[in-house]
Design a protein around this ligand. Structure first.
Ligand code: INI
Length: 165
């Protein structure tokens, strides 16, 4: 049976926001580059992409929430990198970041995509930014476009009509 509702990878006309943290340096920059490149390959106009830069993964969700409230975008992509070996409070930073973004994504009207790497070390992170484990930034772009188009095909739920964007 074919699904009733489906997304697609047509990015033309979509407005996308990216929230990217800077904490780990190179992996974060590579994630951003991969996301921007893939969004444009999928037809998103560069002028329809907004990027917010934040210090660390802990700041991503609050920033994404404020962008969500602007009601100017069809999807938000969150990008960042939390490395276990670089912090004794890995579980707090990674856990709070993932939980807050998951809540936003489930409750809000637009998709919020989780492109935050959580790895044991820097090599594992780099492997996921265009190395032998693929590119999580470019995958996040695909997911954002597919989900934005899927949500356009779905009616809002009764609670969402009362809720924030
Ligand atoms: N932030 C990250 O994005 N990645 C990390 O690996 C990290 N470590 O290792 O601590 C990290 N910490 C900073 C945190 O996200 C906040 O910026 C900081 O606690 C201020 O709120």
């Amino acid at each position: 049976m074919n699904p009733n509702y489906q997304g697609n990878l047509e990015g033309a006309g979509l407005r996308i926001a990216i929230v990217v943290s800077r904490f780990s340096g190179e992996p974060c920059q590579l994630l951003l580059e991969g996301t921007l490149g893939r969004l444009q390959e999928l037809g998103v106009d560069a002028q329809n992409i907004d990027v917010a830069s934040v210090p660390g993964a802990f700041e991503i969700a609050g920033t994404a929430k404020r962008i969500q409230r602007q009601k100017n975008h069809d999807a938000i992509i969150t990008l960042g990198c939390v490395i276990r070996g670089e912090t004794p409070h890995f579980d707090f930073v990674a856990g709070s970041c993932a939980t807050s973004i998951a809540k936003m994504s489930a409750k809000g009207k637009i998709p919020v995509i989780f492109g935050v790497l959580t790895t044991d070390d820097r090599a594992q992170a780099l492997a996921r930014c265009g190395g032998d484990k693929g590119h999580k930034g470019s995958e996040a772009a695909d997911t954002a476009i597919e989900m934005a188009n899927l949500y356009r095909n779905l009616s809002p739920t009764p609670t969402e009509t009362k809720e924030e964007h």
